[in-house]
Write a protein that binds this ligand. Structure first.
Ligand code: FAD
Length: 481
């Protein structure tokens, strides 16, 4: 039955019309008003990083245009969500509000508070799923406890059957006949200042249409070879759907079905591996839901005694891509110039910060949070802890990536390094991942002067490895004591 009073749909990390359960339910219920609230109060929400804000501005604009086609305006408000949503509901005389759930601790706490306040004000509140294939609490061990290891998690996830089918866009939406003030997005200061995001522009199309285009391009050109090529940063071998998923411009349910359908015509190659990466995202949210302080606390408490170093100079060299290790520097510069970094290189750069420099994984998590367009509550924290060895089902601490070997293996011709570290662009393949080993004649012919045009390595790999292993042995000794 249509609700006589306006129905508010509150958009958050779900900036899409397709497979949006909150929107579809709201559209079926009554005349609609759509809203987005920028909540930057650190007591309530973790403020978005610079790259994510760049994305948000464009994604909201795309959503505004998509909704406008149905005549539904998108009302923008800025401030604590608890205050703004209650105020908006009151101004509208809204009878009902719908939103899709979020799973970060700040989001859950805010939503719980708002729900209670709205109910008290006589507004009906309905929350929906959609950010994940399954709700994080739906997957458990047989005895009903959370899972801490990916493979059994994914098995238990699969044992629940196929994920729900995605919903189409609502066929029709009726806009509430009401005029209500909206902020001007241009006053929100979402573009970084100074504007360091120029390099993002040719690379990304934020919004639902951009997400769909990215999905089709990947299914046509990348899925089949995904399992073999996904570790190669020099190839466009992965989907690059992560920022679209982060902002909910597309759902994993939609990706799941589209990938399955594609595989029916082209064969199953690549499919299982790709879907299992979507599974890692599910796992990260499962971990975050059950361990809300995943971003700030070691999953494994033994790491609380780890002898981290404070080294601002080294941290800066890492952030700027000036460590003297080409694969690390290429990754950090890819991040800075495009807002994204290939997964293999994320692992290598994170390992370098944590193990070669002994700098706390939280410093790395914070830098990624600020510079990634896909900076994600669950994936970022879970992945940093995974690399550190402090996380659930983590890489063992003693597995210390050798950046030269990683470079040679996954960027075999050096093309990735050449693209992002132009001062090495003339280095031959044999030395591109270790310019310090090149004879002077080759350095000169390549236009490289170490210490001048490109740095000497800021740490020696073998010494750094020994130091990291000694640090790890120290916390093992604490364990044993
Ligand atoms: P594809 O290979 O095409 O995979 C498809 C989707 O599966 C991705 O979009 C992503 O949603 C999910 N996925 C893939 N790999 C992983 C993974 N290892 N863990 C969780 N989900 C995964 N991913 C983020 O989305 N946001 C982050 O903030 C983030 N921070 C990371 C930090 C570190 C230190 C590391 C090692 C990894 C991080 N990842 C993060 C995971 C992964 O690197 C990215 O999801 C992936 O590179 C995105 O590229 P893609 O969309 O082309 O991935």
């Amino acid at each position: 039955m249509m609700h006589p009073r306006p129905v508010l749909v509150w958009f958050r990390d779900d900036l899409r019309l397709t497979d949006n359960l909150a929107l579809s339910a709201a559209a079926a219920e009554g005349p609609l008003v759509a809203a987005y609230v920028l909540d930057e109060n650190p007591a309530e929400m973790r403020p978005l990083g610079g790259a994510a804000k760049w994305w948000l501005a464009r994604s909201l604009d795309a959503l505004r245009c998509d909704l406008a086609r149905y005549g539904v305006p998108l009302i923008l408000r800025r401030g604590p969500a608890a205050r703004e949503i209650l105020k908006l509901a009151e101004q509208l005389g809204a009878g009902s509000i719908h939103w899709n759930r979020r799973y970060d601790p700040e989001g859950i706490a805010t939503d719980t508070g708002i729900k209670a306040a709205l109910k008290q004000a006589g507004v009906q509140v309905t929350s929906h799923e959609g950010h994940l294939l399954r709700e994080p609490w739906d997957v458990t061990t047989q005895s009903g406890t959370p899972l801490k290891v990916f493979t059994p998690f994914w098995r238990a996830h699969g044992a629940k059957g196929e994920p729900r089918a995605p919903l189409p866009r609502p066929a029709a939406m009726t806009a509430a006949e009401i005029s209500i003030a909206s902020d001007d997005i241009n006053t929100w200061g979402l573009n970084p200042s100074p504007y360091w995001a120029k390099g993002f522009e040719p690379m990304w199309t934020p919004g639902e249409a951009g997400a769909e285009a990215r999905l089709s391009a990947f299914l046509d050109a990348g899925l089949e070879d995904y399992a073999e090529d996904r570790n190669r940063p020099d190839l466009a071998s992965t989907s690059r759907l992560s920022p679209h998923l982060r902002f909910g411009e597309i759902t994993p349910a939609r990706i799941w079905v589209a990938a399955q359908m594609k595989a029916e015509t082209t064969g199953q190659k690549g499919l299982g591996k790709f879907l299992s990466e979507i599974g890692w995202r599910e796992f990260a949210y499962h971990l975050l839901f059950h361990q809300p302080n995943l971003r700030t606390e070691n999953f494994s408490p033994r790491f609380d005694a780890f002898p981290w170093r404070d080294d601002d100079k080294a941290l800066k060299a890492w952030q700027q891509g000036l460590t003297g290790y080409p694969i690390v520097d290429a990754g950090m510069r890819e991040l800075w110039t495009t807002g994204w970094m290939h997964n293999r290189v994320r692992m290598v750069t994170a390992s370098f910060l944590i193990k070669h420099l002994l700098i706390h994984w939280r410093r790395g998590e914070e830098w990624f949070w600020d510079t990634l367009v896909d900076a994600d509550h669950a994936n970022n924290a879970a992945s940093w802890q995974w690399v550190a060895g402090s996380g659930a089902d983590a890489a063992p601490y003693y597995r210390i990536f050798n950046p030269v070997i990683q470079g040679e293996k996954f960027d075999p011709n050096g093309d990735y390094v050449r693209r992002f570290v132009p001062e090495l662009s003339r280095m031959p393949k044999a030395y591109i991942h270790q310019p310090w080993a090149a004879p002077p004649s080759i350095l000169a012919a390549s236009g490289v002067t170490l210490g001048l045009t490109y740095p000497h390595p800021i740490v020696d790999h073998a010494k750094a490895r020994d130091r990291a292993l000694a640090a790890f042995a120290a916390i093992k000794a604490v364990d044993a004591a």
